[in-house]
Design a protein. Structure first.
Length: 461
């Protein structure tokens, strides 16, 4: 009864559709499959259960797949098992969770290719949505990111629906019990707080709900309201995007007049259309784009803003366009005596140095294409090299080293693009700067600093 009462789960608009229902065997996906099966006759739905075998938990994974197949056979539901080799398919800098999600989306795309009136149903519920909200909040997401788990969502050519999104876990368990279901599969990794989502589920949210009795309903309500606000902004952004749709060159004034909340969304749509795939601009690209639009440019000045390997945004003479450059394969390692050579080439990039005595003007720069160090601490011989497995760096403002794999992953940098980012290293090859991404905590500029060594990274014209 908990499911049928929820107006947000009205599936009438999907009447006559084929629905592929993700089925792990857990309580959530089991409730979803039963709910859809009960509505299938009334709404003329064709329900097909799909189980992804990620090959991550050995015998436990195999047992889950077998249980799901048996359940569907007894319930006379069409069942399909899809094998995914997650670990062997991981890209550099990609987590297991990210790789598994990418492979599932690719598999869904192949499964639905060429099929009309077909959607994918997922068993996410209200608790998942709150956990996703907090994870995105920690990553610095905007409103669209904070509310990214929607009732209906299109990714590429795939339409995902989440009929249980307004229900919490307790409601789902009660629904299953009302149908005489007492057993389902439990994924052992769901209790492992190494995974960030589980950390919020087990460690963060329970104390909040315990101390503030209205928090659980209140947070869920806030996420729903924020989704409405986000939907409005996205609709306005779509209207603006239509004005430049299919245009490879636009007027710079078009961008400068957009509110920043619209600009980021229109930029994403424009770049995604040009690239033929969903592209999410990172904070560095957005920051640099906004900065260059806001400053008065010199007559005829050409401004190049790197987007990804081989592609940049060009601002010149009041126009904004995409500039494609030839990707040059850099050497694996270059020795650089910066006192003798003030600039050096690396692939399509040029790294330059400048000795500055006025610290205050330098410290105001927040662009990751510039890094400032205490000149007296930097040795005259440095190394430029490509990244290698196991590389680590202590980021600026931190005392703990982290793997470069995570830094690249956080910036959504693919394995194909990674080689275009040089590592500036000390003679012992310890990393002090990844141009365009992040600097280390080595040789920071302080009040005692007498002179500042400023490194900058630009694209070759």
């Amino acid at each position: 009864m908990y499911l049928r009462k929820n107006k947000n789960m009205n599936l009438e608009k999907f009447r006559g559709f084929t629905i592929y229902s993700g089925f792990s065997g857990g309580a959530d996906s089991l409730a979803l499959l039963l709910f859809l099966a009960e509505l299938s006759e009334k709404l003329e739905l064709k329900i097909k259960a799909v189980h992804f075998q990620h090959n991550l938990r050995g015998k436990e994974s195999a047992a889950d797949a077998s249980w799901c197949a048996d359940f569907c056979r007894k319930k006379k539901v069409d069942f399909r098992e899809i094998q995914l080799n997650v670990k062997s398919s991981m890209k550099p800098g990609e987590s297991i969770e990210s790789a598994a999600r990418r492979l599932r989306i690719e598999a869904w795309g192949k499964l639905l290719s060429g099929k009309e009136k077909t959607v994918v149903a997922l068993g996410h519920h209200a608790d998942d949505r709150v956990e996703n909200f907090f994870l995105r909040l920690c990553r610095g997401s905007n409103l669209s990111g904070l509310t990214s788990m929607r009732h209906v969502q299109k990714i590429g050519n795939i339409t995902f629906i989440r009929p249980l999104l307004a229900m919490n876990k307790k409601n789902i368990i009660e629904f299953l019990r009302s149908r005489g279901i007492k057993k389902w599969r439990e994924d052992s990794t769901n209790s492992d707080t190494v995974y960030k989502r589980n950390f919020f589920r087990k460690k963060i949210l329970p104390p909040i709900y315990s101390e503030i009795d209205f928090a659980e309903d209140g947070i869920a309500q806030s996420v729903s309201v924020l989704e409405q606000d986000s939907a409005f902004i996205e609709a306005e952004a779509e209207k603006k995007f239509r004005l430049i749709k299919e245009k490879k060159e636009t007027d710079s004034v078009f961008w400068s007049k957009l509110h920043s909340a619209l600009r980021i969304r229109v930029l994403r749509s424009w770049l995604s259309e040009l690239f033929g795939e969903d592209f999410i601009p990172d904070k560095n690209l957005i920051g640099r784009f906004n900065q260059e639009l806001s400053r008065p440019g010199k007559s005829g000045e050409k401004i190049i803003i790197p987007v990804k390997a081989g592609i940049s945004i060009k601002l010149q003479k009041g126009k904004c366009s995409i500039l494609k450059t030839k990707i040059e394969t850099p050497e694996k390692k270059i020795l650089w005596n910066w006192k003798k050579t003030k600039s050096i080439k690396w692939g399509s990039k040029i790294l330059s140095i400048c000795l500055v005595t006025k610290k205050n003007s330098v410290l105001k720069k927040r662009d990751d294409t510039v890094a400032c160090f205490d000149a007296e601490v930097i040795p005259e011989n440095l190394i430029l090299r490509v990244s290698e497995d196991g590389d680590r760096m202590i980021p600026f403002g931190s005392e703990k080293s982290i793997r470069l794999k995570k830094i690249f992953s956080d910036r959504k940098i693919s394995s194909d693009d990674k080689s275009s980012y040089p590592l500036l290293c000390l003679p012992d090859e310890s990393i002090i700067w990844i141009p365009g991404i992040r600097r280390s905590n080595f040789a920071p500029v302080s009040e005692k600093t007498k002179s500042v060594l400023m490194f900058s990274s630009t694209l070759k014209n």
